[in-house]
Design a protein around this ligand. Structure first.
Ligand code: MIG
Length: 681
């Protein structure tokens, strides 16, 4: 059951697709407080055993209790666990204790502050700065049913093409076609599977969207065509800002429809990002989305089937006004060199980027009215995602395309996937990536991944390997790293063969993973779940923070610490442990419910499968084009006649039909736990 409450005059967000009548009266069991300055708070007392799931992209554990979070899309390079906001805002939360299961979605495009037992451990307080929002309260009798209700409310998740489940190599700093071709060749030479290569801002002319540097990337179409022959695809980056340069064709065509965000005086808002001083398309307007989408034409015409959209929080380096203020402040302090002044001078400059003053300096036009940016800040990236997705659909109506964005909001999950932004080559960020998966899925973002190996800082061999061991199970499996960090391609490391073996598991699992993904997406379910969703009665399982359910029948439990040679795993029921070393080298150990120490040397990683269920391995390949999804080895601990269901399609159809794609596979008890199958096409 979903109840809807409207407070103030909420702005449209495009997040909700279901029309519901609003309730009168108070939003039980929350108490409401309207603050004098206009913000509105919802308060709820928390049971001693309350567990809170949700908030998608955010720091800390799967259980969000005990910290303060803010929905405010932020470019947070090198984030640590005290960061209240990351790149996306996902306002879904579930309160779960032995007496209640209660979900809420706060449909508010501005800043929302979530004090979840931070000020007081026994109280949650959720505050909307806008004071205008729509609240949806979901009451169901299971956690899975709450998740399904959220999806029913906000619509079906984005479906990527199947090739997007292949391994993707990326790096900020690939400076020429030659360099990218060389990276591809190094993978192919060593039989390291690979499906795509990302192009970062280095491919552009002066970092300008929709251009490419002709001296380094002479003919993008010829390049893409050549890569396709090697079963590879190029995925260029697009940023939010457009250089404010008269004569620049994108700028001029945007000016012609007055596409850019404006200051109160009616002039275009300008702030610097990579190309220098930029204007910012008003992605909240449908006509601007159409115009922006049309700018992708030269890349789409070159045959590009995937994009990643960046800097769309939007990230701002500085505005003229901000810079002016900083210099003025610094000047006023010039002859007073005290201790505090030193901090103020530093702060004036370090606070230039992504400043609240700048976010208050410009407006959007929504249904003809000017709306100050800070009130709708969290919608900006979602609008860009939609603009790109609609352009891809116009251009390739018959097939699905790849798209992933940095900034996001509920609703954008219908248009594209996301990556988790600028993580670091830290073990804590490996754990964080695992812990964010269920929250992202709860908000509809099924297609997601993190920068494997870590973006900033120098990775280490073992960290990259352990990241890959998690990455095997992520829908978006991309190795990406920052400019000036250590080379991070697999073949740069002495243990590259171990890493390649890890990737063979990914490729053998792709048909099964794709099937689990599509079943979840088409049924409104989650691919990744906290254990509580499957074992709500098991108080041990409910509090587990470092194991995650995957698909209908499996669980992942990666090694998350340096130099650990294994880990503890809690099994809420009997499960088969598959300890992988490669697609052809693994151990099968049936384990009873309970606690286990599992040895996992570097290069070994576990997948746990429920008894009387199975996981399917195909013969593998070096690209998704080569995968054969008719011959499988099913791995399962089968003690009574059972079955599993595999979904298959052409990997491209925009209108997949779950029922017609499903094949039911019977499984009989077998001593060796390996079942060889041949399916019809
Ligand atoms: O200010 O395009 O998160 O993945 O490599 C940095 C350069 C801009 C941030 C993205 C990152 C990308 C980088 N970008």
């Amino acid at each position: 059951m979903i109840r809807k409450y409207v407070f103030g005059s909420p702005l449209p967000t495009d997040a909700v697709v279901k029309d519901l009548p609003a309730e009168a009266g108070s939003p039980e069991p929350f108490t409401l407080e309207i603050r004098p300055e206009g913000s509105v708070s919802l308060r709820l007392s928390l049971h001693p055993e309350e567990v809170l799931f949700g908030l998608g992209e955010s720091v800390r554990g799967m259980d969000k209790r005990g910290f303060r979070y803010e929905s405010w899309n932020s470019d947070i390079f090198s984030h640590t666990e005290n960061q209240a906001s990351l790149y996306g805002s996902h306002n879904m939360l579930i309160f779960f204790n032995p007496e209640r299961i209660l979900g809420i979605y706060v449909d508010d495009p501005g800043r929302v502050i979530w004090d979840l037992g931070f000020t007081r451990r026994d109280t949650a307080e959720i505050r909307s700065e806008n004071g205008s929002f729509v609240l949806y309260i979901v009451q169901e009798d299971s956690l899975k049913a709450v998740a399904a209700a959220f999806r029913d409310l906000t619509g079906r998740s984005y479906l990527p093409p199947r090739w997007a489940f292949g391994y993707i190599q990326s790096r900020w700093g690939y400076a020429s076609e030659k360099e990218v071709r060389n990276v591809a060749a190094e993978h192919r030479k060593r039989h390291i599977p690979l499906d795509a290569l990302c192009l970062d801002i280095d491919y552009m002319e002066n970092y300008q969207n929709f251009t490419w540097r002709r001296e380094a990337f002479p003919d993008l179409k010829a390049f893409q065509d050549a890569m396709r022959k090697e079963h590879l695809r190029l995925i260029p980056i697009i940023d939010a800002g457009i250089p404010a340069e008269p004569g620049n064709p994108v700028y001029e065509s945007g000016k012609a429809i007055d596409a850019f965000c404006k200051k109160a005086d009616g002039t275009d808002f300008i702030a610097a990002v990579w190309p220098g001083r930029c204007v910012f398309p008003d992605f909240l307007r449908p006509d601007v989305r159409k115009w922006f989408g049309d700018q992708y034409a030269p890349l789409l015409e070159a045959g590009i089937e995937g994009f990643w959209n960046d800097m769309n929080e939007p990230a701002l380096f500085w505005s003229d006004e901000g810079l002016e203020n900083a210099f003025r402040l610094a000047e006023s302090l010039r002859n007073r060199p005290g201790r505090e002044e030193a901090w103020s001078i530093g702060g004036a400059f370090s606070g230039l980027a992504n400043s609240m003053e700048d976010y208050r300096r410009f407006c959007h036009r929504i249904e003809g009215c000017a709306v100050r940016h800070d009130r709708v800040h969290n919608l900006y990236g979602a609008g860009m995602t939609r603009a790109t997705a609609e352009a891809q659909r116009r251009f390739f109506p018959g097939k699905r395309s790849l798209l992933f964005s940095r900034a996001s909001f509920a609703g954008a999950h219908r248009w594209g996937g996301i990556w988790m932004g600028d993580n670091s080559s830290w073990w804590s960020h490996l754990k964080l990536a695992l812990q964010m998966l269920p929250g992202l899925n709860l908000s509809g973002f099924l297609f997601c991944g993190c920068d494997l190996g870590g973006f900033s800082c120098d990775t280490t061999e073992d960290l990259l390997e352990r990241f890959l061991e998690l990455g095997v199970f992520l829908p978006l499996m991309r190795n990406h790293s920052a400019l000036h960090t250590r080379d991070q391609e697999i073949y740069r490391f002495s243990i590259w063969e171990t890493m390649r073996d890890t990737l063979t598991v990914r490729y053998a699992l792709i048909p099964w993973l794709y099937s689990e993904f599509m079943k979840a997406a088409l049924r409104g379910g989650m691919l990744f779940r906290p254990l509580a969703f499957d074992y709500p009665e098991d108080r041990r399982a409910v509090h587990v923070q470092d194991q995650v359910m995957l698909g209908e029948d499996a669980m992942i439990a990666p090694v998350l610490e340096q130099n650990a040679n294994g880990r503890h795993i809690y099994l809420p029921e009997d499960m088969l442990l598959i300890r992988f070393r490669s697609a052809s080298d693994y151990d099968l150990l049936p384990l009873p419910r309970g606690d286990h120490w599992i040895d996992l040397a570097l290069g070994e990683f576990p997948l746990l499968v429920r008894r009387n269920r199975a996981v399917l391995l195909c013969p593998g390949g070096e690209s998704t084009d080569e995968l054969d999804d008719t011959r499988f080895t099913a791995l399962g601990w089968i003690t009574e006649p059972a079955s599993c269901a595999l979904y298959r399609d052409d990997g491209l159809t925009p209108d997949p039909d779950l029922a017609s794609g499903l094949t039911v596979i019977p499984l009989m008890p077998l001593k060796g736990m390996k079942h060889f199958l041949t399916l019809q096409q």
